[in-house]
Design a protein. Structure first.
Length: 476
């Protein structure tokens, strides 16, 4: 099945440059929207079990006014989503509806959450914690506040003036919240509330915490782990549910290493921690290998999709990306010396990337309940193979291609455009961006059903289908 057919055409060189940093309506939507919906029962067997219900944040909710205040960069000109990205996101939701999935939209969930928190006298406290700079003004309008207020959709709550004459909105929206996987994760033991490393993303975690505490529709779903209360950073894109006893968690970049043993203790599940690019010294590699789900995903009960080279021990010192980066660095340095009057990027980024690459992919198991660590002395793909899993590669198989050509033009290219970031609809069935031809072909050859849709504009935001959905209930 395919929705849309536009293909992305970007020079292959962008993929390698990206690694150096120089170049994720109605409340419930189904086929019968007017039919009454049965209450949802908490259940999540694994991240490949059939999807029953999911939380989503349609992009039109933050398309126009969002100014990304607090997220860095110029606040005004970082605002909004392209209309094409809104359309593409809608295609994914259409796929899920066609598969019979119940979609719960955040803005609608907020209606009962706000009413209940206000009635219980808790809304003012939440505002002080989440929006400390405007809580005073918001509390003065406490009885007026709606979901549209929080998502910057009400002009009377957005176009306000400070005494000095400048714009003073009560709320500036949630510019990244359509990447719904990151704010929370459903597990066999309950809900994990994340804690974003960036302030703007931590507000998303606060909003979703409000929903699980006060929304009528989510009242049966217990919060099993709250990363902010545990004092660690955690993004849902780093957390995959392997089975009812095991989590896979990427650590070191957006998720704190300390989160893994704490999860093992609190959730009473084994946690296999996967080393991601270290936050302190990995340059552009941190962005391209942002979360675990950007480089690795479960696609069937015993099949995984993984980026080549970075997650296998045999490539620790012989990663074919290495000579490509070294050549780029050498030529760039030579040009800089020959043409000193031109502006050049930070060439030190390449050296930092080369240093960080061998550190990625090593796994440590933390024992359920105790959190006791066991260094497994292997990398993630090797570990999964030892557990009986087969591996499909982002970019497809190398076949008879020269390895440098395969690495640059297929593996790293489709990694950049979120080829590995597929979303599991059911065992052996995934949703994927249509433009990642070689990855999708390899999945189909492995017997995986791939439901594709346009995603060129969405992938520019460094996220894919897996990032766009928070699975709430999975199981037969």
């Amino acid at each position: 099945m395919k929705i849309g057919n536009r293909r992305l055409r970007v020079g292959f060189g962008l993929a390698i440059l990206a690694l150096t940093g120089t170049a994720c309506t109605s409340l419930e939507t189904s086929n019968s929207p007017d039919a009454p919906s049965a209450p949802l029962a908490p259940r999540l067997d694994s991240d490949t079990a059939p999807l029953v219900a999911a939380i989503v944040v349609p992009t039109q909710m933050e398309s126009f006014k969002t100014t990304a205040m607090g997220s860095g960069g110029h606040p005004l000109f970082r605002g909004g989503q392209p209309r094409g990205a809104v359309r593409q996101h809608g295609q994914l939701l259409e796929i899920l509806r066609d598969q019979g999935v119940r979609l719960l939209e955040v803005r609608q969930l907020l209606k009962s959450a706000l009413d209940n928190a206000r009635r219980k006298g808790k809304l003012a406290d939440w505002l002080r914690q989440t929006f400390p700079h405007t809580a005073g003004q918001a509390i003065e309008r406490l009885d007026e506040l709606t979901a549209e207020s929080l998502f910057a959709q009400r002009d009377d709550h957005f176009y306000l003036r400070h005494p000095d004459g400048s714009l003073d909105p009560l709320f500036s929206g949630f510019p990244s919240m359509h990447w719904a996987r990151d704010f929370a994760v459903s597990t066999p033991q309950g809900i994990i509330i994340g804690n974003g490393l960036r302030y703007s993303r931590s507000r998303e975690n606060s909003l979703i915490r409000l929903l699980f505490q006060y929304s009528d529709e989510l009242s049966d779903f217990p919060i099993a782990f709250d990363a902010a209360k545990e004092g660690v950073f955690l993004d849902g894109g780093d957390t995959l549910v392997l089975d009812q006893q095991t989590l896979l968690v990427g650590v070191g970049n957006r998720t704190s290493p300390e989160a893994a043993p704490l999860l093992a203790k609190r959730l009473r599940m084994d946690v296999v921690a996967v080393q991601m690019p270290p936050r302190a010294e990995s340059g552009g590699l941190r962005r391209q290998l942002l979360h675990l789900d950007t480089i690795f995903n479960l696609v069937d009960e015993k099949t995984v999709l993984a980026v080549p080279f970075f997650l296998e021990e045999r490539y620790s010192e012989s990663n074919p990306v290495k000579p490509l980066l070294q050549g780029l660095a050498r030529q760039s340095k030579a040009l800089k010396e020959l043409l000193p009057d031109y502006e050049w990027g930070n060439l030190a980024e390449i050296e930092v990337t080369l240093k960080a690459m061998p550190q990625v992919g090593w796994v440590t198991r933390y024992q359920a309940e105790t959190g006791e660590a066991q260094e497994l002395g292997t990398k993630l793909v090797d570990y999964m193979r030892s557990q009986g899993y087969r591996v499909v590669y982002v970019g497809g198989d190398q076949a008879d291609m020269p390895i440098e050509k395969y690495a640059l033009e297929r593996a790293m290219y489709e990694l950049r455009w979120q080829g590995g970031n597929v979303f599991q609809v059911a065992p052996g069935k995934v949703a994927a961006f249509e433009h990642n031809h070689w990855t999708n072909q390899a999945l189909r050859q492995a017997g995986i059903e791939v439901l594709t849709f346009d995603g060129e504009l969405l992938s520019i935001g460094n996220g894919g289908p897996h990032c766009l959905v928070m699975p709430l209930v999975r199981g037969h």
